[in-house]
Design a protein around this ligand. Structure first.
Ligand code: PLP
Length: 388
């Protein structure tokens, strides 16, 4: 049996996905509810990472840790092999997460009251982080087409013209599963350069791409890298979100100095001994696991698209990237409240309501398919039952 078929009971493991259902969905008893919401996987991580962590645990001293050059090289080599992106080790700053990194960049390079541009629908912290930092969030709506999204170039440029200081890009796009084309990215970068806007390119989902699509790093699309900060992490790719590790790639030396100063003023640390071990092992030895994962996800995606698109009022297509499907239920005539209520009470299925991703997400649900096929089948059955 493949490790990707094994069903683990994750309840009572302090799992946000499984143990926070009552809180998140305001329900009394979630013991029968199947969670397919937050973006982590129900799969065991690569055994090479477990072995490496165990080996480190065998040494009983856990003092202050240094990040060796090898850890940086593991990422440099990974992005070169996976995405044909050439970066220097010295451009890398490790952080606890992508979102803390984005927050640090916004704090460092914009002022309170400044405008920060995002697309919508989009991953909710792209709104909450700048807002909580006192910045004004400006949104450019993506144009919905054939169950995917396209750029609205007029809206994008009009926003940039309006004194925007930074643009947070989700590349590839969560929740739409869109893998941006090189042309789109080049045009975004050129416009941002023209209006002197810093690009924060969140590429956390970049290893989760389905053939024939191909991830283009923003740094490979842009002519000038000075105004680009890219965020990578092994946490989505290898299911390490609970271990927390991410990298900011900052080609511009001046920007790195500013970021390091902020980190020192706050006492931020690099990776800890566990996240360092996990990240390095993932990038050095995790690829065979990832290749198998992508095959498993393809089967899961096909199954869901096949079954759900037969339902009246439901439109769904296979994402180009990410393990998330974005389900359009507007044809059912149900409101978000009605469909969420049906899913939770009839099917006992927890999906993400699209409005979490902004007003543009209303009429959609996000379903996480990073789980064994038997669970996906169960989820689909619950979904179908909820709508009958
Ligand atoms: C686009 C995107 N960025 C960032 C994150 C979270 O990153 P981190 O846990 O490293 O802060 C997620 C998690 O779902 C995500 O989808």
């Amino acid at each position: 049996m493949s490790i990707f078929s094994t069903v683990f009971n994750r309840r009572k493991t302090y799992s946000a996905k499984w143990d926070m259902l009552e809180q998140v969905y305001s329900i009394q008893d979630a013991s029968e509810v199947l969670p397919m919401w937050v973006a982590d996987m129900d799969f065991a991580i690569p055994s090479v990472i477990i072995d490496a962590l165990q080996k480190r645990m065998e040494h009983p001293v856990f003092g202050y840790t240094m990040v060796p050059e090898q850890t940086k090289s593991s990422l440099t080599k990974w992005v070169a092999d996976k995405h044909q992106l050439t970066i220097e080790n010295e451009w890398i700053l490790f952080r606890q997460g992508v979102i803390p990194g984005i927050a640090e960049a916004i704090e460092s390079f914009t002022e309170v009251g400044d405008k920060v541009l995002i697309h919508t629908p989009v991953y909710p912290p792209f709104v909450s982080v700048p807002t909580n930092l006192g910045r004004e969030v400006v949104t450019s709506l993506l144009i919905e087409k054939d169950n995917s999204y396209e750029m609205d170039w007029d809206s994008f440029e009009n926003c940039l013209k309006d004194d925007v200081k930074a643009f947070i890009l989700c590349n590839p796009h969560n929740p739409g599963g869109k893998v941006w084309s090189k042309d789109d990215l080049t045009k975004m970068a050129t416009l941002c350069q023209q209006y002197n806007v810093l690009v924060l390119s969140d590429e956390i989902h970049s290893d989760l791409i389905f053939e024939p699509n191909k991830h283009t790093p923003m740094l490979n699309a842009a002519e000038d890298s000075t105004n680009i900060i890219t965020f990578f992490a092994p946490t989505k790719t290898f299911n390490l979100a609970g271990i927390q590790a991410a990298a900011m790639v900052v080609p511009d030396e001046q920007k790195r100095t500013v970021l390091e100063k902020l980190a020192m003023s706050r006492g931020y640390m690099d990776l800890n001994v566990f996240s360092l071990t996990a990240l390095q092992t993932a990038y050095e030895q995790g690829n065979p696991w990832l290749e198998e994962l992508l095959e498993v996800l393809t089967v899961n995606m096909d199954y869901v698209v096949d079954h759900l698109s037969k339902l009246e009022g439901i439109k769904v297509s296979k994402p180009e990237g990410t393990y998330l499907v974005w389900i359009d239920y507007r044809g059912t005539g149900l409101s978000e409240k009605e469909i969420m209520n049906r899913l939770l009470t009839i099917g006992k299925l927890a999906l993400e309501p699209g409005s979490k991703y902004g007003k543009a997400g209303e009429g959609f649900l996000r379903m996480n398919l990073a789980c064994p096929l038997s669970i996906v089948e169960d989820g689909v059955e619950r979904f179908v039952r909820s709508l009958q």
